[in-house]
Design a binder for this molecule. Sequence first.
Ligand code: TMP
Length: 204
Amino acid sequence: MSGRGKFVTLEGVDGSGKSTHSGYVEALLQRAGHRVLRTREPGGTPLAEALRQVVLESPMDGVCEALLMFAARADHVRQMIRPALEAGTWVVCDRFTDATMAYQGGGKGVPAALIRDLANATHGDLWPDLTLLFDCPFEVASARLASTGKTMDRFEREGRAFFERVRSAYLDAAAAASARIRVIDASKTLDEVKKSIEENVSMF
Ligand code: TMP
């Protein structure tokens, strides 16, 4: 019988390269002998993916965004994340509640107390065991986003001021929970970032 799996999340500003690295985190954990489920938020289930489409494309205010993020999360946690962890599978999730704190809280001014209440109602005491926070300045992130040539979603189209509010909310969260949230300098080269991921994952 295997024990409960660990819950690993990846966070960061848009353009930090976070999603590129989630496959690498999965591979490292598999190499260490773990069964791994890799997923993302908003998304991960048919309902949550449908909500993702709405929240990334339809104009709405921050409270509405937060409610939809948690609606998607409630389904994702119940259908995928909790069952996987209970079966001993490790879960690697691209974004979780830290993103709501940073984007809707820091970026859009939604009160932290409301986000905490929604988090409590949605996932109770389930919090990531480890969070890798990919951090980089606006110039690096916007150059990366432009180089992908992809159509940008509502959040990626926000300007520098929004980016800076989200970035500093993430860094504040990391300072307040330094044992769980490890900051990775995402402006470094791909090899350096990978090395930093390895160090943080192997310490875990
Ligand atoms: P992604 O591009 O990393 O897949 O994330 C989609 C966008 O959704 C990204 O710009 C951040 C945003 N987002 C929030 O604003 N709040 C949240 O709670 C989550 C999970 C994502």
